[in-house]
Design a protein around this ligand. Structure first.
Ligand SMILES: Cc1cc2nc3c(=O)[nH]c(=O)nc-3n(C[C@H](O)[C@H](O)[C@H](O)COP(=O)(O)OP(=O)(O)OC[C@H]3O[C@@H](n4cnc5c(N)ncnc54)[C@H](O)[C@@H]3O)c2cc1C
Length: 435
């Protein structure tokens, strides 16, 4: 085969750009083919109708996430903290309860600790669980909802616990794989409050784009935006990637970073093994929404939580802006609310606080977006084995990379970087031994 490049990378999110940087810095030619008109994938720092730049997708990072933290150090990027919240509102049984943020976390503490009690025992080395032991296989059959149902809880505790896991999975706890919850907690040293802090406390001072731009600037790859890969053919001597515009790129390897829920939109020959196409068809667990809301006046630094039946089940104060307040809210199911309708969002927020007056809203529906089909990737029960297996298959010229396939912080920017690093390292080693 006549190669146009050494490695073709499908997708220019964090996984794709990390792979591109690592390969090109070692003198390996890389071509990134990205369907969108921008890099960043499920991270997107952009101007909004709210009156400032905001992150539509991935936002928070933490020093217990080693891969993203190393990048923050490498590029000298600054972080800012989300505000410390003083008041909390939570709904259960049709009633709104209020107290300090600590009161709400204390109410969650015992049940959350019980749900996650097995984390460190089950995953003593949370990056190292493959091949799955019989114990992990058994745990992977269980959903978070089943685990919650088995606990003896007061209604308020149950609603809070269910709501917190719907938030964590950006989806329905009934479809949320228990091993994924255990992995988050094991990675946080078994401390669920630290796990929660890692998910929603520290963010990039200049937006998530600042890190993506830094990585991209160090990648000397050929980058083709607005180009959708439609099919990939693997032969004994190479791979041919065909794009929607009819162009073809031939290389020695192809790294596919398309999110799992849309993996089947690319026609791959021979088809991928290990049951990963079946998992993609079934869909992983996340399918929620994130929406930014400008609310009139200073409404105080509050958090709000409700169970997984709520359209929006979590909200958190984030910024002051010209006398108004900016709030970020999440819901576990896309399609239930028009994220661009201020009145619809106001109706949901008023279920906690009838005093809130929404000025404007802005969001990107990642679940409805055909180039993502999900928010942050979280596996459903019985999916871990197939996904972990496919992610580690180095017998093919086609490699799967991305946050969906990460060993550790899957679902996070950290996981996308980790997966990009692993994939690039493997390809570098193979090319070194081939030359
Ligand atoms: C609403 C939301 C909130 C989040 N919050 C956080 C957070 O606070 N902290 C955190 O760490 N993480 C968060 N995440 C998760 C994090 O953003 C992702 O895990 C990470 O960015 C995924 O990177 P990736 O490179 O694996 O995939 P992606 O970013 O999805 O990149 C894949 C790329 O492939 C492209 N693509 C797809 N199909 C094709 C095709 N056929 N041809 C060419 N290109 C294609 C896509 O356009 C995309 O650019 C959040 C995600 C969302 C959606």
């Amino acid at each position: 085969m006549q190669y146009d490049t050494d490695a073709i990378i499908v997708g220019g999110g964090f996984a794709g750009m990390t792979t591109a940087r690592e390969l090109t810095q070692r003198g390996i030619r890389a071509t990134v083919v990205e369907a969108r008109g921008r890099l960043g994938g499920r991270t997107w720092t952009r101007d909004t109708t709210l009156g400032r730049e905001l992150d539509m997708g991935g936002t928070w990072v933490h020093w217990i996430q080693p891969h993203v933290w190393a990048e923050i150090t490498r590029y000298g990027l600054g972080l800012i903290a989300s505000p410390e919240l003083d008041t909390a509102y939570w709904r259960s049984g049709g009633e709104v309860h209020t107290g300090t943020a600590d009161t709400m976390l204390d109410l969650l503490d015992a049940s959350m600790t019980e749900v996650l009690a097995e984390a460190r025992r089950a995953l003593p080395q949370p990056y190292d669980y493959f091949p799955l032991s019989d114990q992990i296989k058994a745990l992977d059959q269980v959903s978070v909802a089943e685990k919650i149902a088995a606990l003896d809880l007061e209604p308020q505790q149950r609603a809070l616990l269910d709501g917190m896991w719907a938030l964590n999975f950006s989806g329905d706890p009934a479809r949320s794989g228990y091993t994924q919850a255990l992995r988050w907690c094991a990675l946080s040293g078994g401390d669920w409050k630290l796990m929660f802090e890692a998910c929603a406390t520290y963010k990039f001072a200049s937006g998530t784009r600042s890190l993506l731009d830094a990585i991209a600037a160090d990648a000397t790859a050929d980058i083709r935006l607005n180009t959708t890969v439609t099919s990939i053919d693997e032969t004994d001597d190479g791979v041919t990637v065909t794009c929607g515009d009819g162009t073809q790129v031939r290389g020695k390897r192809v790294v596919v970073t398309a999110p799992l829920n849309i993996l089947n939109s690319i026609d791959i020959t021979p088809s991928l093994g290990h049951g990963v196409n079946g998992v993609a068809a079934e869909g992983q667990a996340s399918g929620g929404v994130k929406v930014w809301v400008r609310v009139k006046g200073d409404v105080g630094k509050f958090a709000a939580l409700a169970d997984s039946d709520a359209v929006l089940n979590f909200a958190q104060y984030e910024y002051p802006l010209d006398g108004d307040s900016l709030i970020v809210a999440f819901g576990p199911r896309s399609g239930l609310i028009d994220l661009n309708d201020p009145r619809a969002v106001e109706t949901e927020l008023r279920k906690w606080r009838p005093d809130l007056e929404v000025v404007t809203v802005d969001a990107h529906d990642w679940t409805a977006d055909p180039l993502s089909g999900e928010t942050w990737p979280m596996l459903a029960p019985n999916q871990l084995d197939a996904v972990a297996h496919a992610a580690r298959d180095t017998t093919r010229r086609i490699r799967l990379a991305g946050s969906d396939y990460a060993r550790g912080w899957a679902g996070f920017i950290d996981g996308a970087i980790e997966s990009g690093l692993h994939t690039a390292r493997q390809i570098i080693t193979e090319f070194e031994s081939e030359n």
